[in-house]
Design a binder for this molecule. Structure first.
Ligand SMILES: Cc1cc2nc3c(=O)[nH]c(=O)nc-3n(C[C@H](O)[C@H](O)[C@H](O)COP(=O)(O)OP(=O)(O)OC[C@H]3O[C@@H](n4cnc5c(N)ncnc54)[C@H](O)[C@@H]3O)c2cc1C
Length: 322
């Protein structure tokens, strides 16, 4: 039986661990992690399926599933007041996508007292961490997986595993020394707004978003190069003011809490095999980190690819044993 260690129990670690269990036979998977839900980056996210802050990463595949995994289908309105706004290519693979006509933009600009120059509509979904992370962990444990609460300071600690899968998000900067990884600070507010059924995303000098979740509405947000995990008063006021400027009903919505998370920024996701020399042996690592503002969106597709890489390493090892 092959032994695989996954480091990290966020959305990337859990989806990778499950994908390995499901696609590679005779494999025992153990997750080593510092934190689990509700203390991972995904627990701050709105969980909207939309590639965001992922630079050059190419979105490859996704498969959303069950009700208990916290998936809600909803219409998304994406608006911009920028002159050079370009509709991203991925919109073409979404359900019911359409570009807003001139008349629509004029109407919306009048209604929201803005000057929108471009916009598009599509149907997407939110995948909420407070539902899906416990769901994924239950599935993983049902399949015989084990979660060990342990910080890994060096890959050598897990050298006895056949493959190590590194899903440590922002912490990969310290664990691997990869200086391309850096924080993109996101502050958001959770408010009560059961009347809000669709998402607004405004791309402008005063960018903001309003994303309904099952029990709250997420108002966002910031994207700063900072390690500050404290709620900032200025950001707080700015988020509430920008969102209620767009939807005045937000002003009356009760604030549940303000939250901050650090997105694992990188020029592109690192999804590759690294072989480290160690004495007369080697440590085989599959890296899966750097998902920026789209870790939930990219998780399932990247997990499938990570599992393929793990299988490749295991097959090579078996061949060299023959
Ligand atoms: C405000 C905000 C809004 C967002 N909205 C969305 C959205 O709408 N849609 C979307 O797709 N994405 C969104 N994101 C991005 C998404 O949340 C992240 O890309 C994703 O959560 C990253 O997941 P991860 O598993 O790589 O990292 P993390 O969730 O940070 O998990 C890392 C795991 O590794 C563990 N770990 C780290 N170092 C070690 C170590 N040395 N030893 C052991 N364990 C270790 C940690 O304890 C943790 O379990 C948002 C993020 C923020 C902050």
């Amino acid at each position: 039986m092959s032994q695989v260690a996954v480091i990290g129990c966020g959305v990337i670690g859990l989806t990778s661990a499950l994908a390995i269990q499901r696609s590679i036979r005779n494999t025992k998977v153990t997750i080593f992690t510092k934190d689990i839900t509700p203390n991972t980056t995904g627990d701050v996210a709105a969980g909207l399926w939309e590639p965001y802050l992922v630079d050059d990463t190419e979105e490859k595949s996704f498969g959303g599933k069950a009700k208990e995994a916290g998936i809600s289908l909803q219409p998304i309105i994406n608006l911009s007041d920028k002159r050079d706004h370009k509709i991203p290519d991925w919109v073409n693979v979404t359900l019911g996508h359409s570009e807003l006509s001139r008349d629509h933009l004029v109407n919306l600009s009048r209604r929201y007292n803005k000057n929108f120059t471009a916009g598009y509509l599509f149907v997407s979904f939110t995948w909420e961490a407070s539902y899906f992370l416990p769901f994924l962990q239950r599935e993983f444990e049902k399949n015989g997986g084990r979660v060990v609460m342990k910080e890994i300071k060096d890959f050598n600690e897990l050298a006895h595993y056949d493959v190590i899968v590194n899903c440590t998000g922002l912490e990969s900067r310290n664990l691997t020394g990869d200086k391309k990884v850096s924080p993109i600070r996101g502050q958001i507010a959770r408010v009560r707004g059961p009347w809000q059924f669709h998402t607004y995303i405004v791309d402008s000098e005063k960018s903001c978003y309003i994303i309904p979740n099952i029990n709250c509405v997420i108002l966002g947000g910031t994207k700063q190069s900072s390690y500050n995990i404290e709620v900032d008063e200025v950001d707080k006021q700015e988020i509430l003011s920008k969102c209620s400027d767009l939807l005045p009903a937000i002003k009356a919505a009760e604030v549940i809490k303000h939250q901050v998370g650090l997105r694992p920024g990188r020029d592109k996701v690192r999804l590759e095999i690294e072989i480290k020399e160690r004495d007369k042996d080697t440590i085989k690592i599959v890296h899966n980190y750097g998902h920026g503002g789209s870790g939930i969106t990219l998780s399932v597709g990247c997990a499938v690819e990570a599992a393929e890489l793990v299988e490749k390493v295991l097959n090579q090892r078996n061949k060299s044993k023959l």
